[in-house]
Design a binder for this molecule. Structure first.
Ligand code: GLN
Length: 231
């Protein structure tokens, strides 16, 4: 299984090092063609407003929506969590909306501009180390969202089905627990619809179909560009 790491801005290298340590197959994703090759995606920490500009400008947003429609697993940390939320506040901004969450940016203010804390989680017996950097708050969660860890009473690690969201940065610690959890989640998802060809030349067509919820079945094979004559 190939994991994509969105690499337009932010701490994507830290996620890459984590996946290297875990022996996972990954690719840095900067283009819709690269996104079309993967079966799960990590959206790193950084600056969500900047990432959003790249997503919209480079056709990547459409490519990520196609991956979502195919049932891919997503993991967002901090800015990545903001991108995955259904609604973003303070200030409001666009988002992918794959996770049923309302999130408020930079909500801790200066007290928690950057701080390392630890709190219990459902992932392991020992407390989880949590690096917060201008972290958002998860304000509301939908009924299908499972809280995997809280810090200071607030959810900080949650799962909405195949979408994993952390408001902190597990990629900036030595602990691989959260990434291991994500790899397991991504490998288990039964509903992933494999790309029909994975060819780079197909990605434009795939991107233009973003939003089709039954992506694979909605594509009549006769519309597929093919070098071979069809019967
Ligand atoms: N405050 C940043 C944002 O709004 C997120 C910070 C981070 O990813 N560490 O995008």
């Amino acid at each position: 299984m190939k994991i994509g790491i969105l690499a337009v801005q932010g701490d994507y290298e830290a996620h890459a090092r984590m996946l290297e340590r875990l022996g996972a197959d990954y690719v840095l994703v900067r283009t819709p063609e690269e996104a079309a090759q993967v079966e799960a995606m990590i959206l790193p920490g950084g600056e969500s407003t900047t990432m959003l500009k790249f997503l919209k400008g480079e056709g990547l947003e459409a490519a990520l929506r196609v991956l979502d429609a195919r049932g891919a697993a997503f993991f967002g940390t901090c800015a990545g969590a903001i991108l995955l939320a259904r609604e973003v506040r303070a200030p409001a901004q666009d988002s992918l909306g794959f996770a049923d969450l309302v999130i408020t940016r930079n909500a801790y203010g200066r007290q928690l501009a950057s701080e390392v804390r630890s709190a219990p989680s459902k992932l392991k017996a020992e407390p989880l180390e949590m690096v917060f950097i201008r972290a958002p708050w998860i304000e509301e969660i939908g009924p299908g969202v499972e809280v995997l860890a809280r810090e200071g009473g607030r959810p900080v690690l949650v799962r909405d089905g195949r979408i994993l969201v952390a408001t902190f940065h597990p990629e900036l610690t030595a602990d691989t627990t959260v990434h291991e959890y994500f790899l397991k989640l991504a490998a288990e998802r039964p509903s992933f619809v494999a790309s029909e060809s994975g060819r780079a030349s197909d990605s434009g067509r795939i991107a233009s179909d973003a939003g089709a919820s039954k992506f694979a079945s909605s594509q009549p094979s006769t519309t597929r560009p093919s070098p071979m004559p069809r019967r």
